[in-house]
Write a protein that binds this ligand. Structure first.
Ligand SMILES: [Zn+2]
Ligand SMILES: [Zn+2]
Length: 765
């Protein structure tokens, strides 16, 4: 600390030190401070302090106040600064305002910026034939471009990113060094002279040069070829979305017969959404979500007259669409002039592929050609996916454009925790003090590569944020790969029950002391009583959940296989209810095994009820991906109907158990239309939830209702719950920042573990 100077030359000049936190790195914040100071005649300096920004400002007192206000009010669009400290300081009598180098030794309070789509200024340059970056597919500035996926280490300076491989040309260097320029210290700055370049490889021949490579790729797409295209956080598999044969070929080669494919749509018209409107009906909220700089995939309702291959999302009314998310995609779509299928290039459920050689090796049988570029992707970030539910955009998957997701905890931790999430849709979270950082979507932890990325992500988060975890929070299920990994680290392991984590996760976005009634409806998870839960209502708060309602348990023949084979759930319900059900011929022994309860775990999972309904209505008995049955069923639920509730019985343990058996004859009634049956099913489930809530309110008094678990990704169901609750005067909450599915588990694990083990610092510093 400098002591206040005694030899003040001009007594009206004072000095202040202003420390800013929030999103202030990698967003052009220092040059903004510099320009603002110049404009207001302020002297002093600005410096990066590994995550924070420190400003030393000297001017008359009233001018300093205006300066501090403008630091927040006029900050760059993608920055979200907050003043965390402001105090008087001794004068240093600096003659001008300067930008100082980053202080590498400062105490870490690090924020990593996500990867953002091209800003309007860069887009204008890209489309301007006179501009030296005209058509350049890697254009960026301080307000846009890749970040998280190219940072090797902090501080965020060019030599610490994968752009270190590209020495700046004199023109780019001049921009990079000019504090008045938009590209001042834009770390990934590049041009066609010095920056990354494309190459198109097909049939062992490479076409180099950005324009030639893009033209060759577009030519191949026009004639129905399947390409792998390298983006920001990984590769996509891409083909013409209007070409039925191409889409079918992609499905055959990827052995992915039905799972919906996302569609990348050209940005056209005044608000960029004209082409989207040609294929889908979109609400203003969906439009806003599509246009956000994260450029996420948004599920929207497909138009009947959409010029799209039927095979893109077979049997589904909604379709995942997104706008170009990098200058490369923007340019490609301009050239192609039509929608493209763009699905993550991965092997089923694994993390998205990022490495040029790995793509050549592992996707050789799938692709006809590959559009590579030579900027290394340091870490993967899959596309983010959103769905509008009950008026709010809810994430179904978080990745590119958000990663890493930084949030404040409603408490302060004594020791740093790592939470390793679940088995499917895995994400991990690192938490310390009052901060939690959530990884992007990693994938299903069933393969060696998934586990590799999982481990890298954990190391990465610790290195980037300079935090070492103390103990590890895992799902209580011993079979989960993440649980086994945690056991062999030698660190203390804190197991948390799956649905307790789902319930606790609401505490991130909705803190407060009022009790919760959280409906945790999902596929299956290991429950506190050793059975597979998934239809529970949990009352209480983090660290103290009481199971108060559930569904009539049923035993599923074949256990784990039920996730892919809805008929097993249907058989379980029928047999349990004493009704006939004929198993497929190849599984004729199943009934005998079921009678002896061999490999027939007992569950209360609502996800399995949706599966059963999909089979009993004749939609799908054997699914080609997990969740197909419920998705097909939701797509059919489009008629109005009167809601009935299922009978609720208070069982021996005092739980309100909903009996699903009246659903069976309704679902099987071929006299009624499929639409009516699907609608009736959704309405009944929603009404039953609310009925359970009302009965519990009679016992426990007021609470907040939470919806958590993969089942609530179902828009029809969740919106009906919101509607019925509004009628009853019940408050309902559902996550908006993290996914309600297993992708949000890691956050709940942190909150639950902290509460369970009193790992909360009551006197945060
Ligand atoms: Zn830009
Ligand atoms: Zn250059």
């Amino acid at each position: 600390m400098t002591k206040p100077s005694s030899s003040v030359s001009n007594p009206s000049i004072v000095a202040q030190r202003i420390t800013l936190t929030g999103k202030v790195q990698g967003v052009g914040f220092r040059p903004f401070v510099y320009r603002l100071a110049k404009q207001l005649g302020i002297r002093g300096w600005v410096q990066n302090l590994r995550g924070r920004v420190l400003v030393h400002a000297e001017a008359p007192a009233d001018q300093l106040e205006g300066f501090a206000r403008s630091l927040i009010e006029q900050a760059p669009t993608i920055a979200q600064p907050e003043i965390c400290h402001q105090e008087a300081h001794g004068l240093e009598s600096i003659p001008e305002f300067v930008i100082r180098d980053s202080d590498q030794d400062a105490e870490a309070d690090i924020h990593i910026p996500p990867d953002f789509f091209t800003c309007p200024d860069c887009l204008r340059e890209m489309d301007d034939p006179q501009d030296r970056r005209h058509g350049y597919p890697f254009i960026n500035c301080t307000q846009c471009g890749p970040r998280y996926t190219l940072i090797r280490t902090l501080p965020y300076d060019r030599p610490n990113t994968s752009m270190a491989d590209f020495p700046l040309c004199p023109d780019c260097l001049a921009e990079y060094e000019d504090p008045m320029n938009r590209r001042f210290h834009a770390e990934p700055v590049a041009c066609r002279v010095c920056g990354p370049a494309l190459s198109y490889v097909a049939a062992y021949q490479a076409i180099e040069g950005n324009e030639s490579a893009m033209e060759a790729a577009v030519e191949a797409l026009r004639i129905g070829r399947i390409l792998a295209i390298k983006g920001v956080g990984g590769y996509h598999l891409v083909c013409d979305a209007r070409n039925e044969a191409a889409v079918q070929k992609l499905r055959d080669r990827k052995q992915r017969p039905d799972k919906p494919l996302a569609v990348l749509v050209p940005a056209m018209g005044d608000d960029e959404l004209d082409a989207v409107r040609g294929i889908a009906t979109i609400s203003p909220a969906e439009a806003e979500c599509l246009r956000a700089p994260s450029r996420s995939i948004v599920l929207v309702t497909r138009r009947d007259d959409a010029d799209l291959a039927a095979g893109i999302a077979p049997g589904l009314g909604q379709l995942g669409v997104f706008l170009p998310y990098s200058p490369l995609h923007h340019r490609l779509l301009q050239l192609f002039d039509g929608p493209l299928v763009a699905t993550s290039a991965n092997i089923s459920g694994e993390p998205v592929l990022t490495d040029n050689q790995a793509v050549d090796r592992r996707l050789a049988q799938v692709t006809d050609g590959t559009l590579h570029h030579n900027r290394e992707i340091v870490r993967p970030a899959d596309d983010s996916v959103f769905r509008l539910i009950a008026g709010k955009a809810r994430p179904l998957r978080l990745g590119r454009g958000f990663a890493p997701i930084e949030q404040s905890l409603p408490f302060s931790l004594k020791t740093p925790l790592l939470a390793v999430g679940g088995q499917m849709k895995n994400t991990v979270a690192l938490a310390w003090e009052n901060r939690v950082v959530i990884s992007p979507h990693i994938g299903d932890l069933d393969s060696p590569r998934s586990l590799e990325v999982f481990k890298n992500t954990i190391n990465d988060l610790q290195e980037l944020y300079q935090v070492k975890y103390d103990s590890i929070v895992t799902d209580a299920h011993h079979g989960y790969a993440a649980h086994r990994w945690a056991q062999q680290t030698g660190r203390p392991v804190v197991p948390v029950f799956h649905h307790h984590a789902h319930a606790a996760s609401l505490g991130l976005e909705y803190p407060g002391d009022e009790p919760w009634l959280v409906f945790t409806w999902d596929g299956v998870g290991y429950g506190a009583d050793g059975h597979l839960w998934g239809g529970e209502a949990l009352y209480g708060k983090a660290g103290n959940w009481q199971r108060v309602a559930s569904f009539r348990p049923f035993s599923i023949p074949g256990g784990d296989r039920a996730g892919r084979e809805p008929w097993r759930s249907a058989a379980a319900l029928c047999w349990e209810a004493g009704l006939p059900y004929s198993a497929p011929a190849e599984d004729e022994l199943v009934h005998a095994a079921w009678e002896k309860r061999i490999n027939c775990p007992t569950t209360t999972a609502v996800g399995r009820l949706f599966d059963a309904a999909a089979d009993l209505t004749g939609l799908v008995g054997k699914a080609s991906f997990e969740g197909q049955g419920p998705m097909l069923l939701e797509a059919q639920a489009n008629t109005p109907c009167v809601a009935n509730t299922l009978p609720l019985v208070k069982n021996a343990e005092g739980l309100f158990e909903a009996d699903w058996s009246p659903l069976i004859p309704m679902l099987r009634d071929e006299g009624a239309s499929l639409n009516d049956r699907a609608s009736q099913f959704h309405a009944t489930m929603a009404a039953t939830l609310v009925q359970q809530a009302l009965m519990i309110r009679d016992i426990h008094g007021a609470f907040r209702i939470g919806l958590s678990g993969g089942v609530f990704q179902n828009k029809r169901l969740s919106e009906q719950v919101f509607e019925l609750c509004a009628r009853e005067g019940l408050e309902v909450y559902m996550p908006e920042v993290i996914p309600c599915n297993d992708g949000g588990l890691c956050v709940g694990q942190i909150i639950e573990a902290a509460a369970l083990h009193n790992d909360i610092n009551n006197n945060p510093k």
